[in-house]
Design a protein around this ligand. Structure first.
Ligand code: UD1
Length: 379
């Protein structure tokens, strides 16, 4: 009998992580894999375009939770996922990343009792095996909602798949049993490697009106940077100094769009190129062709590392330190002087050869598939 695995995705950064996992798990006859989309992100530009670009099959189950406060959104995910477990009776649930959909579905799974027991290398049990991909990351910043999601999801998961060497060290220090966690590399980089050739043929540069290596790319959506209007105004004033040096391309996240309107910031269109959120392939092309990327995203720190593009991270901390020690990333924080110093220093850094972190080689999903096969065939 095949093992039923429910794979969960809900928000934009989940889609590029779930895509390679679905591809390899669906090829494996030992698994019956279903995709659950929570609907945390529902705009076509944050969700549908990624399904098309990454050829992700249509979700088998859609929870349509939508937006809300953290409590409302997480509660809806929890309420709507429990009947799915009841109906599907899966032996495993796999979640990725650190968004509210990740912790919501993990929490339901960890307290769920199946109608029938099943056996695996983890013994006989009536709870689905809880699997977390991109485990062990820690920013040590408890003001960040994703940090809470990461810590809680890891603590209630049975199997932890780790992308950053620091994640292994974090889990060891937290006293997690060694048998529970595995260094497999980065599934998001599996997607990047698979999509790169196609992405490089995108016409997005012409569409926006910028030249290869002739612009800076900016993304901003962390609540700590955009929710406080004074902080947002100050950050954009600093970015405007960059824009006086070279055009700044700025795809604007819906959260940020609302805050920009509220802050009444006017960005001079002769130096700024504002766009709606951009699909995966076009964004990959924009990243690879940028002279520099300035961002508060987590995943973009990793993508720039692999692409060898300098990245200035507009945060005080990162849960992905390998992008600094072996990649192209610098943590600049949000203060004007530090950001501009990092910006001026770009030439010096471009001379340093970028090294690709271990196992960021396009085969991470295959490693996970192999480990899961071993866990479940041992029943
Ligand atoms: C979520 C994740 C964050 C991730 C980000 C990537 C959490 C806690 N946060 O943040 O880790 O980096 O996604 O984008 O899970 N909205 C739309 N359309 C949508 C979805 C949202 O307009 O399809 C608007 C709504 O006004 C919503 C706001 O964006 O209130 C924020 O959305 P939400 O899902 O709560 O968090 P993100 O900021 O997107």
């Amino acid at each position: 009998m095949s093992t039923k695995i429910l794979c969960v995705a809900g928000a934009r950064p989940n889609f590029m992580k779930i895509a390679p996992l679905l591809r390899v798990l669906r090829r494996n006859a030992a698994f019956d894999t279903k995709l659950v989309h929570t609907g945390q992100h529902y705009d076509a530009k944050l969700s549908k375009v990624f399904f098309e670009d990454l050829k992700i099959p249509r979700p088998d189950i859609e929870l349509e939770v939508g937006s809300g406060s953290h409590a409302q959104q997480t509660a809806e995910i929890i309420k709507r996922f429990e009947p799915v477990l009841q109906q599907e009776q899966p032996q495993a649930v796999l979640v990725v990343g650190d968004v509210n959909s990740t912790i919501g579905c993990a929490l339901v799974t960890s307290k769920f009792t199946l109608d029938k027991p099943f056996s695996s290398r983890l013994g006989e049990r009536r709870r689905p095996v809880m699997i977390h991909v991109e485990a062990g990351l820690r920013s040590f910043d408890w003001d960040m909602p994703e940090e809470i999601n990461r810590i809680l999801t890891d603590s209630i998961s049975d199997l932890l798949f780790v992308s950053d060497p620091a994640g292994m060290e974090n889990l060891r220090k937290e006293g997690v049993a060694e048998s529970r966690y595995f260094f497999v590399g980065n599934v998001m980089i599996d997607t990047l490697i698979a999509a790169k050739d196609q992405a490089m043929r995108s016409g997005i540069l012409e569409e926006i009106g910028v030249k290869e290596k002739g612009y800076a790319l900016l993304t901003l959506h962390r609540p700590s940077n955009v929710d406080d209007l004074d902080a947002l105004r100050a950050l954009l004033a600093t970015m405007d100094e960059v824009a006086r040096d070279q055009p700044v391309v700025f795809p604007v996240h819906p959260r940020t769009r609302t805050r920009l309107d509220a802050a009444g910031v006017a960005l001079d269109p002769s130096r700024w190129k504002l766009t709606d959120p951009i699909g995966y392939l076009d964004f990959l092309k924009l990243t690879a062709s940028a002279k520099v990327v300035l961002t508060d995203s987590g995943g973009i720190q990793e993508e720039t590392t692999v692409l060898g593009v300098p990245c200035i991270t507009l945060r005080e901390n990162t849960e992905r330190p390998v992008t600094i020690t072996e990649g192209t990333n610098v943590l600049a924080g949000t203060k004007r002087e530090a950001i501009l110093a990092a910006y001026r220093d770009l030439g010096a850094r471009a001379a340093l050869p970028a090294r690709t972190p271990r196992f960021w080689d396009g085969k991470s999903a295959e490693r996970i598939d192999e480990i899961l096969t071993g866990v479940f065939e041992g029943g």
